[in-house]
Design a protein around this ligand. Sequence first.
Ligand code: FES
Length: 176
Amino acid sequence: MSNASIPAASRPLSAAAAERFAREVAKYPADQAQSAVMACLAIVQQEQGYVSLESEKVVADFLGMPQIAVHEVTTFYNMYNQHPVGKFKLNVCTNLPCQLRDGARALAHLEKKLGIHMGDTTPDGLFTLQQSECLGACADSPVMLVNDRTMCSFMSEDKLDQLIDGLRSASAGGAA
Ligand code: FES
């Protein structure tokens, strides 16, 4: 069963996060607080940019579940960041159907353009480059997600260049 507030012993999250946790838990029957685990992890990530082991502990304590069970959720879904990431997280699908339609080439092009390897973040903190599992848009390959939300399809090298240049410009102009 959930606590009323985040434990004082480990308080990496704000009081607002605790209130949001409680609102999520309230959506479920009293004995099913664990059903809110994904929503709580999303709140953590919105507030901190990633889900640390300490934050997993806070969520676990709040929901009354083992920390390892929270960790299993964090590590199963690649929308949860286990480490700090750049301002723009780029996930390129490299599953087999996309591999057959230039998915790997798109990833290699981004590595070259950004000067980093898959899994790394650019020194300026702007871009993190990752692979992803199937995004459910195989016919649109090469496909990628920006910040877990914006799907980009048919990403030719020209379109990849435009995307990166556009994000750089938007960032320099103060837009997210
Ligand atoms: S394999 Fe890439 S979207 Fe399905």
